[in-house]
Design a protein around this ligand. Structure first.
Ligand code: NAD
Ligand code: DAU
Length: 336
C-alpha cells in the first residue's frame, strides 16, 4: 500500500509514522508536511533512512504543491493529520488555523478526488462537540457545538470530509479523538508544558479553577485506533476515540508535580482561557465494536513513560523552545 500521511512531523503524525514503519509491512509511506513551528524532523530520525519512507515539504493549503505530491506518489490511502492544533494559538491568531484546517482539508480532499484515491481518513477531535454536561457522554451523533476557532475549524473540516462521501461517494472516514499525551508532544499543551516547566522548577500556569475535565488518551493507543479505522472503518462514518480516563486538570498537574519531585507551591492559578470548555466526554463504543480496538495504556503508566521521556530528552525540549516559542509563551502567559 502507498500511504500518504499529512502532518507526519508533528506529535501524533510522527508517532503514527514510526508505528507504521516499525514492522516489516510492505508499505510505501509519504509524509506531506510544511514543517510549521510544530513540525520537527527530529521526531522522525528513527525512520529517515527507511527506504519505504519519503518526505515532501509541502503546505496542505497549496493546491499546486499538493497536486505535485499526488501526481508523483500516487497514494492508495491518505491519513490527514496536518492542522494547526493548539486552542490558545487559535484564540490569539485564527487566520492560520482557518487556512490550514479548512482550506488545507479542502485541498487534500480535492486532490484525492481527482486522483481517485481509494481511502481517506480525516483525523479530528472530540472538541467539535464542545463542552458536555454531566452525566452525558457524546456519541458520534451528538450535536457539534465547537467553542474556539480551532474546534470550529475542525468541525467544518469534518463536515467537508463527510460531504465528499455523500456527494462524490469517496471512501472517507472521520476519527474524533480525545486529549492525547506522550513523548514528542510540543510543550504548549497541558501535559508537556507542565512537565517541562516542573523539570526547570518554573511555575505551572493552571487556567481558571483547574476543574475542567479532559479524557486522556496515550498517543500510541490513538495511532492503533487510526490504523484500525483505516483498515476496518466504514465509508461515510465518524468514529470517536477516547482514552476512558477523565480527570480534572488540577489532578493531572498534581500527578506531574509528584512525578517530578515538586510540591504544590509551583502551581499558579491564572486567568481562564476565553470560551474554555468545561468538560469533554465521549463514548468509543462504536470503534471498539466495529474494529476491536481498545486503549491499552493506563494513564499512570503512560504518564510515567512521558515524564521519563521528557527527563531524558532535555535537548529536544531546548531545541523546540526557540525564540518563536518564547514569543508565544510571553503572549499567552505574560498578561495572565
Ligand atoms: P501538532 O501541532 O503536533 O502537529 C501538526 C503537524 O502538522 C506538524 O507537523 C505541522 O508541521 C503540520 N502542519 C501544520 N500546518 C501545516 C500545513 N499548512 N501544511 C502541512 N503541514 C502542516 O498536532 P498533533 O497534536 O499531532 O495533532 C495532529 C492531528 O490530530 C490534528 O489534526 C489535530 O486536530 C488532531 N487531534 C489532536 C489531539 C491532541 O490531543 N493533540 C487530539 C485529537 C485530535
Ligand atoms: O480534546 C482534543 C484536543 O485536545 C485536541 O483537538 C487539541 O488539538 C489539543 O490541543 C487538546 O485541546 P485542549 O485545549 O483540551 O488541550 P490543552 O493541552 O491546550 O489544554 C488541556 C486543558 O488544560 C484545558 O482545559 C486547558 C488547560 N490548560 C492548558 C494549558 C496549555 C491549563 O490549565 N494551562 C495551560 O497552560
Amino acid at each position: 500500500m502507498k500511504l500518504l500521511v499529512t502532518g507526519g512531523a508533528g506529535f501524533i503524525g510522527s508517532a503514527f509514522v514510526r508505528m507504521a514503519l516499525s514492522g516489516t509491512e510492505d508499505l510505501a509511506l509519504g509524509n506531506l508536511d510544511v514543517l510549521s513551528y510544530a513540525g520537527n524532523l527530529e521526531n522522525l530520525v528513527s525512520v529517515s533512512d527507511d527506504t519505504r519512507y519519503r518526505f515532501f515539504k509541502t503546505d496542505v493549503a497549496d493546491a499546486a504543491g499538493v497536486e505535485a505530491v499526488f501526481a508523483e506518489f500516487q497514494p492508495d490511502a491518505v491519513v490527514h493529520f496536518a492542522a494547526e492544533s493548539h486552542v490558545d494559538r487559535s484564540i490569539h491568531s485564527p487566520e492560520p488555523v482557518i487556512r490550514t484546517n479548512l482550506n488545507g482539508t479542502f485541498t487534500m480532499l480535492e486532490a484525492a478526488r481527482r486522483h481517485k484515491t481509494a481511502r481517506f481518513l480525516h483525523v479530528s477531535t472530540d472538541e467539535v462537540y464542545g463542552s458536555i454536561d454531566e452525566p452525558h457522554d457524546a456519541d458520534e451523533e451528538y450535536p457539534l457545538r465547537a467553542s474556539s476557532p480551532y474546534s470550529a475549524s475542525k468541525a467544518g473540516s469534518d463536515l467537508l470530509a463527510l460531504s465528499y462521501y455523500t456527494t462524490y461517494k469517496m471512501n472517507v472516514s472521520v476519527t474524533r479523538a480525545s486529549n492525547n499525551y506522550g513523548p514528542f508532544q510540543f510543550p504548549e499543551k497541558l501535559i508537556p508544558l507542565m512537565i517541562a516547566n516542573a523539570l526547570e522548577g518554573k511555575q505551572l500556569p493552571v487556567y481558571g479553577d483547574g476543574m475542567q475535565i479532559r479524557d486522556w488518551l496515550y498517543v500510541d493507543d490513538h495511532c492503533r485506533a487510526i490504523r484500525a479505522v483505516l483498515d476496518k472503518g466504514r465509508a461515510g462514518q465518524v468514529y470517536n476515540i477516547g482514552g476512558s480516563r477523565a480527570l480534572p486538570n488540577i489532578e493531572v498537574v498534581q500527578r506531574i508535580l509528584a512525578a517530578t519531585g515538586h510540591d504544590e507551591t509551583l502551581i499558579k492559578y491564572v486567568a481562564d482561557r476565553p470560551g474554555h470548555d468545561r468538560r469533554y466526554a465521549i463514548t468509543s463504543e462504536k470503534v471498539e465494536r466495529e474494529t476491536g480496538w481498545k486503549p491499552q495504556v493506563e494513564f499512570e503508566a503512560g504518564l510515567a513513560e512521558t515524564v521519563r521521556w521528557y527527563k531524558e530528552n532535555a535537548a529536544w525540549i531546548a531545541n523546540v523552545r526557540s525564540g518563536a516559542y518564547r514569543d508565544f509563551y510571553e503572549k499567552n502567559y505574560g498578561a495572565r
